[in-house]
Design a protein around this ligand. Structure first.
Ligand SMILES: Cc1ncc(COP(=O)(O)O)c(C=O)c1O
Length: 418
């Protein structure tokens, strides 16, 4: 596993130089969106300055636009391990893509068919499926085990039947950090002929994704969670995408992936996405990913994401130890050092006698950015009995965070708990 050159990493993100009251800002709000490297900012500016146009025209800026979209598809395919760039669909964000595909999938199902969701997931992977109940689709739920924030796979086994059409599951929880065993879940789903929809939005910045290894059928992620601009990415097996009917205006292309890309795409965002992959490539020792071919680009991105994961495991260990040392702090989810491999460094907790939003606000005043609330994990917060209590404070580290930022956070929490 290659090691991160952390000084280089930090130097790539202009926002990490922000200060508040002459102290550097510490970004632990990453689960809601990460900062972006200089390459993203430059790529978006360059696109708008030198390539801004609509697609498929016989002139320079349009040709450059087509090239940017093709590159974004190529590198997104390399990022998730797709067989072809044609398996990549771009959209406004994960939620919009999920609604669009859930409606298309729902049209191909009959009343009485079943979808299984989880009690752990972000609502963007629940509500689009619940909407299908209006068409007679039955939605079932995998319970979450409250003592450690993992899914109850024995109950899941009992929910599966020949009526199950799809299992919609998160790769990692955006509220508690649990990594779900999506490979096993996919195998269990496939054993009854169901397909698997993986929400990798939260997992995306934390580790390598391999849609073949986990045997997913569809996977969604959001570039703004892994150092890119605000846009969503869907991967689906080519044959799965081909068989679906999309909602389209009449002149739009009838073939996938374009048939799912309603209207004009976010071209400058896609340029930024190419910049984000360029940054990750450089992190993985492959600064010019596009010159590497599909296998080389995939290898470069994998090296980067393995290095990210290795670094985050160390930072996660420090965070876990620090958080559990704070008096009155109650951590939810996997909480022992032996379980770090089963989670990403996203931690949800409450502080005894304090409202979570007050804790988050007090940290913000000290330049430490976090979030408090339900984090759209509505069912989970209900099950934990925290919906009425203001939810949890969420601290989420990524690979640009440092050990000294963690020390500062823990010090501030210790002071607050006194
Ligand atoms: C796990 C998870 N899924 C889905 C979403 C929704 O993503 P988007 O904002 O791209 O719609 C989020 C956003 O926070 C998330 O954390």
């Amino acid at each position: 596993m290659s090691k991160l050159d952390h000084a280089w990493v930090r130097s790539q993100f202009p926002a990490l130089g922000l200060t508040l009251a002459e102290r550097p800002v510490a970004f632990f709000d990453n689960p809601a969106g990460t900062q972006v490297p200089r390459r993203v900012i430059d790529a978006m500016g360059n696109y708008l300055a030198c390539a801004n146009a609509n697609t498929h025209g016989d002139f320079l800026t349009s040709q450059r636009t087509d090239a940017v979209i093709a590159q974004a598809r190529q590198l997104s395919a390399a990022f998730v391990g797709a067989r072809s760039p044609n398996e990549i669909v771009f959209g406004a964000n994960m939620t919009t893509l999920t609604y669009s595909l859930s409606r298309a999938l729902g049209r191909s199902w009959a009343a009485g068919d079943e979808v299984i969701v989880t009690d752990l997931d972000h609502d963007a992977n629940i509500s689009p499926w619940l909407e299908l109940t209006e068409r007679g689709i039955v939605v079932r739920r995998i319970p979450v085990q409250l003592h450690d924030g993992t899914l109850d796979l024995d109950s899941f086994q009992r929910l599966l039947s020949r009526k199950t059409r799809l299992v919609a599951v998160g790769y990692a929880s955006n509220a508690l950090g649990t990594i779900n065993d999506v490979g096993r879940i996919a195998q269990m789903a496939h054993s009854v002929g169901a397909r698997v929809w993986v929400d990798a939005v939260h997992y995306g910045p934390h580790g390598p994704i391999d849609v073949q290894a986990i045997e997913a059928d569809y996977l969604v992620c959001s570039a703004y969670k892994f150092f890119g601009p605000h846009l969503g990415i869907l991967w689906g097996k080519e044959s799965h995408l081909d068989e679906l009917r999309a909602s389209q205006v009449r002149p739009a292309p009838r073939t996938s992936p374009e048939k799912f890309e309603t209207g004009t795409k976010n071209h400058e965002g896609l340029a930024g996405l190419v910049g984000a992959f360029g940054y990750l490539g450089e992190l993985g020792g492959a600064p010019d990913l596009l010159a590497q071919g599909a296998a080389g680009a995939r290898a470069g991105l994998l090296r980067a994401m393995h290095a990210v994961r290795g670094y985050e495991l160390e930072l996660g260990a420090q965070l876990l130890q620090g958080l559990t040392s704070v008096r009155g702090l109650r951590l939810y989810g996997l909480s022992s050092a032996a379980e770090l491999q089963r989670r990403v460094p996203t931690f949800g907790f409450t502080l005894e006698g304090k409202d979570s939003s007050d804790v988050s606000r007090s940290l913000a005043e000290q330049g430490i950015f976090t979030w408090a609330g339900h984090h759209y994990a509505l069912t989970l917060m209900d099950r934990l009995g925290l919906s009425e209590q203001g939810g949890v404070v969420r601290v989420g580290a990524v690979h640009y965070n440092t050990a000294s930022e963690v020390e500062r956070l823990i010090g501030a929490l210790q002071a607050l708990s006194r």
